[in-house]
Structure formats: structure tokens, C-alpha cells
Design a protein around this ligand. Structure first.
Ligand SMILES: [Ca+2]
Ligand SMILES: [Ca+2]
Ligand SMILES: [Ca+2]
Length: 504
């Protein structure tokens, strides 16, 4: 069976498995919680980590005769058998998917259900090698905590109550909504409720669409599994606007909104930006090696003295370099080059790092960073010039972040990101991308060099790019007009120009 992981090396599959933890920060995800050591509880120095010794299947299992799901279930059973107090008899694991990998390995994912009700976004993943051994596991630590089996709160509110809470965001009166909702069709766990056509709220919102609900248990670190309803709404904020699709999770204990998420976020044009850079306006948005484009790559002569010509910048519209996670470089409505992977600015003065007098690149219009770099001028000759170089550096940092990600440099491997989306590793460490740097390790004369400081995971790396000295521009002024010209280190160094060369 082919899957999106079919050609993925095993190491990357492990990284993917570990990085697929639920994005909502509910429980602390179980990190690399497996131990090959027989000494339980000796996984690293982090005593908070769950330790599940990795064991082969019992002799009674003939892995050759079992399918991947059965093998995964056998491992899951063994893991719970070591944490007997944890598993509730009400608990079950429904098969989500089986992805076949290279060399007979399999990635098996289960959905956790309690009392026949989905635990919201809680999937359990097991990576098995070709010999049916468990290589990696993904799931929340709370799954194996004895408290997981403690008694559950009851569903005090109804699905209609929850739908009324969700719709109250648009200014609907809860009483009116409850009267309006009529039981509609039922599909699987989902119950639909039809609303009165064109139901208008006091705030001017209009709803033509039915509401879909299903009961869930919402994992909360403080309260365990909270009975709740997952509610999907499609409402026009006002009748001139397109309908918004929202998912909510509403507590069935006290009506609190536990989770709210726009279902239109993916692919929304608002987090796609256009950058004026030396690069290619393709889906991958490859950056070019330099302002010479590829005119000197590879070097056409291999001999000194070749002077490549500059190429023009290109406007590249891109959200991110396509990669497995497709996290955007910038959030919606960004106005400067501060994103999840990098904070891009010119570190012109003050103290090291961004402070007064330094410059981030600003948008030139909504979702556009169109600063044109003039190769005939000094790098810091204007704010436009400075911002153009900041944009280029910011672009490189983000592009390489995405390129490296699918080669295995992800959150769990200590990459640089502000938000790790619950995928492990330490966050709050996006790259400080310092362009035209003149403060830091070589201040006050930083030039003709660059450096990168890379502290351990959880602390921001710092890239300092210095300005390189160019040959000073030479100008010949004639009749008050300046003409740029190059320099020569050969030939006569001074000239007499005969008066007969000039016409009056
Ligand atoms: Ca500074
Ligand atoms: Ca990190
Ligand atoms: Ca600096």
C-alpha cells in the first residue's frame, strides 16, 4: 500500500510521527518516551518523561502471520499492561490509518474513544519496523497516568445548548437559537440541526446553514476529560460577506468555549505574501545565489577578472516553501518581517539585537514586501535599500527552514521556531536574522564577514550578516551631470583632454 510516507526514510517517519502530536496544547505530548534500557525510569534526566521500556512482542505472537493493526494493538496492550491503573475499561482505540513504509515498516494510528465518544484530537501512533518491533510511539502522557481512569463528569448541557453558545459569538440570542434549531439528519457521531432560513442576529449576522454537532471528550491538563460538544457553524458575519466556517468545542459542564478554530485558515490568501527578491517565481520559490542571479554560478570562465552582470529582482508570491507541515512564514495581517521561523531586521546600531534605530522590513502594501534594491547605490543608502536586503535575508532563512524540515531538522530535532505547535522540542527560539549588522561580536567595525551563533534548543540562534566593502563609486561630473564609471588599475592615471574635443 502506497501512502504519503511510502518513500520516506525510517528516520524521517519517526520524526513525522513524533511531530504529528495534536496541535492544541492539551496535555504535554509524550516525547521520545521509549527506552531500550531495562531500567525503567532512566530515560535521560527528565524525570517527568514517561518511560515505557521497548520490548519485543511476546513469544505467542507470530508477527509474520499478523497484520500491522494487530501487531500495533498487541504493543498497545503491552504498554497498558505496565500502567494497569491507567487504562479505563470504557476506553477503546479505533483504527485511524495504516501507512506502509519502506522495508516492511508500518505507521499505525488509532483514535481514542471513551464510552464510545471521541477524545478530541487525541490520536495514538505506533511506528513498527519490518520485524514488528515498536520503534516510536506518539500519544499524550496523560493516557498512561492513573488519573486518566478516574470518573468522568457528566454531559450536563445538550448539543443545542452548545450550538447556542457557539452562535452567540455572532450576536445571536441563546433563547432564539434554541427555539430555532430543529433536529436534522444524523451521520455517524454527528447530529445536524437546521436553523430558520436567513436567521439574523442583533449584530447583523445571517445564517442559512445547518449546524453540525457531536459529543467529544476534551482533554484538559487540569480537569482530565471534559465532556463537550464539537460544533461546526457556517455564518455570514453580515449579508455582504461570505460565510465563515468555524469549529468550536463547548464544555457540556459549564458552556465554556474550550476551542475555536477557523476552518478557512488553510490556504487563505491572507497569509500569502509577495517578496521582491533575487529568486524564482515558481511554486518552490528557489532563491538565487546572489544579485548576479546565476550569471556567475557556475563561473563561466574559471579565471579571475570576470565581472558578472546583475539581474533584476523578481516578485515571488509564496506562503512557504511547500513541505510536509506547510506552516506559513508570516501570520495573517503581518506588517513587518517577524514570523514564526525568523525575525528579520537590520541591526544598524544601539545594542546588539533589535532596538531603537534598527529597522525591520515593512510591507509596501497589504501582503507585499516590494522594496527594490539599487545595485548602483550603497547598501544603507536609504530605508528602501536596507529593507530590500532585510527581505532577502528573511526569505533565505524561511526558505531554508522549510527545506531542512523535511530532511529531518524539525521541532524535535531542535530547529528554530517561536511556536512548535505541540510537536515536541523547545520553542521561543526563532532565528534573529540580523542584516547590515553593525552591533554584536565585532562592533563597531563589523564588515566583510558574517557569523552565526547557535545556542542549544530553546534559545534563538543569531545570524549576523555584515556589509561588504565595495569599490567606492567614481563619478565624472560634466556640465553638472554626474556619470558613474568604473576604476582601472592599469594604464595612465591622469589625462589631458584637448579643448578641441568639446563643441560649443
Ligand atoms: Ca541593535
Ligand atoms: Ca527550537
Ligand atoms: Ca547584531
Amino acid at each position: 500500500m502506497k501512502s504519503k510516507f511510502a518513500r520516506t526514510p525510517l528516520a524521517l517517519a519517526i520524526s513525522l510521527l513524533l511531530s504529528q502530536a495534536a496541535t492544541a496544547a492539551l496535555f504535554e505530548p509524550v516525547d521520545l518516551s521509549l527506552s531500550t534500557s531495562a531500567k525503567a525510569g532512566t530515560v535521560g534526566e527528565d524525570t517527568a518523561r514517561l518511560s515505557i521500556p521497548m520490548r519485543p512482542l511476546l513469544a505467542g505472537y507470530d508477527a509474520k502471520k499478523l497484520d500491522a493493526e494487530s501487531i500495533a494493538r498487541a504493543h498497545l496492550g503491552m504498554m497498558f499492561s505496565q500502567q494497569e491503573a491507567a487504562k479505563s475499561s470504557l476506553e477503546s482505540f479505533e483504527l485511524g490509518s495504516v501507512s506502509a513504509l519502506e522495508n516492511g515498516a508500518n505507521l499505525v494510528q488509532f483514535k481514542r474513544r471513551v464510552n464510545g465518544i471521541d477524545v478530541f484530537r487525541e490520536e495514538v501512533g505506533l511506528l513498527l519496523d519490518g520485524d514488528a518491533r515498536l520503534v516510536a510511539f506518539r500519544g499524550h502522557g496523560a493516557l498512561f497516568a492513573p488519573t486518566a481512569a478516574k470518573s468522568l463528569a457528566v454531559f450536563g448541557l445538550s448539543a443545542v445548548d452548545a450550538a447556542a453558545v457557539a452562535l452567540s459569538d455572532y450576536g445571536y440570542d441563546a433563547g432564539v437559537i434554541k427555539q430555532s434549531l430543529q433536529v436534522g439528519r444524523n451521520e455517524g457521531d454527528y447530529q445536524w440541526y437546521d436553523t430558520a432560513r436567513g436567521l439574523r442576529s442583533a449584530a447583523g449576522a445571517v445564517n442559512y446553514r445547518p449546524v453540525r454537532t457531536k459529543p467529544v471528550y476534551f482533554p484538559s491538563a487540569a480537569a482530565g476529560l471534559v465532556p463537550a460538544y464539537y460544533v461546526e457553524t457556517q455564518v455570514q458575519p453580515d449579508e455582504r460577506m461570505a460565510a465563515e466556517y468555524y469549529a468550536h468545542v463547548i464544555s457540556a459542564v459549564d458552556g465554556r468555549v474550550l476551542f475555536r478554530h477557523s476552518q478557512q485558515a488553510d490556504g487563505s490568501p491572507s497569509d500569502i505574501y509577495t517578496y521582491r527578491i533575487w529568486g524564482e517565481a515558481t511554486a518552490d520559490g528557489w532563491p538565487q545565489p546572489s544579485p548576479y542571479g546565476r550569471n556567475d554560478t557556475p563561473h563561466p570562465t574559471g579565471l579571475p577578472g570576470f565581472v558578472p552582470s546583475f539581474v533584476a529582482q523578481t516578485d515571488v508570491t509564496i506562503r512557504n516553501k511547500p513541505f510536509s507541515m506547510n506552516d506559513p512564514w508570516l501570520p495573517t495581517a503581518a506588517s513587518v518581517t517577524t514570523g514564526n521561523n525568523a525575525d528579520g531586521y537590520a541591526d544598524l546600531g544601539g545594542v546588539d539585537g533589535f532596538d531603537a534605530g534598527d529597522l525591520r522590513a515593512a510591507t509596501t502594501a497589504t501582503n507585499q514586501f516590494l522594496h527594490t534594491y539599487n545595485t548602483a547605490l550603497e547598501p544603507a543608502s536609504s530605508n528602501t535599500q536596507i529593507m530590500a536586503s532585510v527581505v532577502q535575508q528573511f526569505y533565505w532563512n524561511n526558505w531554508l527552514h522549510d527545506d531542512y524540515y523535511d530532511s529531518g531538522f524539525a521541532e524535535v530535532n531542535g530547529n528554530a521556531q517561536s511556536n512548535n505547535f505541540g510537536r515536541g522540542g523547545l520553542g521561543s527560539d526563532r532565528i534573529l536574522s540580523e542584516g547590515q549588522d553593525n552591533t554584536g561580536t565585532c562592533a563597531p567595525t563589523c564588515a566583510n564577514n558574517a557569523n552565526m551563533s547557535t545556542p542549544a534548543d530553546g534559545s534563538s540562534p543569531r545570524m549576523q550578516m555584515y556589509v561588504f566593502s565595495a569599490v567606492a563609486p567614481h563619478t565624472l561630473t560634466f556640465n553638472s551631470v554626474g556619470y558613474n564609471h568604473g576604476t582601472a588599475s592599469f594604464g595612465a592615471q591622469s589625462f589631458n583632454i584637448p579643448a578641441t574635443w568639446f563643441r560649443r
